[in-house]
Ligand binder design. Sequence first.
Ligand code: ZN
Length: 410
Amino acid sequence: MALKLLPNSTLALRKFNKYLRRNVKDQSASILRLWATQCEFVFAQQLRRSQQIFAHYAKIWEERALRELLKRFRGQVQRHAKGFVLSSAALLTFDWERERIELESVQEHMDDFQFLERLQLETIYCKQCRKRKQIDCRVEGVNYCCCPKNVTEMLSAEQNVYTVWEPYIEQKRMITWRQEIKPGLFAYKVYVEYPDVTAEDFLHVQIDVEYRKKWDNTAVNLEVIDEDTAKGSNSHIIYWEALWPKLFANRDYVYNRRFFIDRSRRVIMIVNKSVEHPKCPAKPHTQRVHEYWSYMVIKPTTAFNKPGVSFVLTYFDNPGLSIPKYITTWVAKKQMPDFLRQLHQATVNYAKAKKQNETRIIEFWDKHKDPGFEYPPDTLLGYSAEDFTEAQKQEEESSLQQDIPTVSCQ
Ligand SMILES: [Zn+2]
């Protein structure tokens, strides 16, 4: 914007000089030159001032963020100093027994696909013609309803656990809902289908941090900083710095990630929750996101190792400061779909690489593939050993069948 001001101002200055030359004829040439110089000086001053003001306002978000961060950082340093006197060893250990994400606390999300079915009926299907309602745009191949808008129905509709989710964005094989959790802060629910990748490969690409550094160009920094050694826990602490647009500090996260594979229900769930870890205090140049959670429930169309997968991702992320609306919209409408496209491509590439027998990949599956039943243990959900064998058999049988078309919004 500041640059755009420049040509206009120069033009105005030239016109003014011309005016002086033409109209102030009774003045001597030297006085005229003096005047012109003076005017140029004042103009230049004003221009510089307006540029400064602009730059100042553009930086305000970042300055506010920085102040907030420095305050937090100082507090942390003080706390750490105190802690150091008490016990320096305790500072660097993470209490897995206390911090591990337990299945009981996230169990309800295992049923996210049942929730999704009802959510679709309640929010994106027309009650009269049973066709799809339009969300933000029309997507090719979707049969949309043409009924006139029923205002009374819209006004009298009562809010329930489904209708609090507002349909937000639709793209090919992707629908996003959102729900206002705090003023101006939304949780998002995204439903996606990938017909050509397997759940197994998809899980791998989701959790392989080293690989993600290669394909996700928004991941400035990504490290596993701690691992739970308890058997079958599949829990890690991850540090993640995400690239943000110019004028904004990058956001960084420290989160606890655990995945559960339930072969009898045939779902995989990856849970992420922000956590504090002594190895990762907030940094001065990034904005730490202290409140972040996500649940990704992955469901193969037929079997874990056959192409066809869909997932429901529910997430919330509180950046800690009030963020301009255009940024939240940018994240939901641009960054998220871009990420999902990259994720899909990365999974396709991974599957190709796996076919060519890359050692690292084979090692990964040797390690993770066949405990057969990582979690939860049979007793916890009331499954007996027979139930499990039965479920496994069903899975094998269904994997022999042709690809079953998914219930979808296409
Ligand atoms: Zn209709």
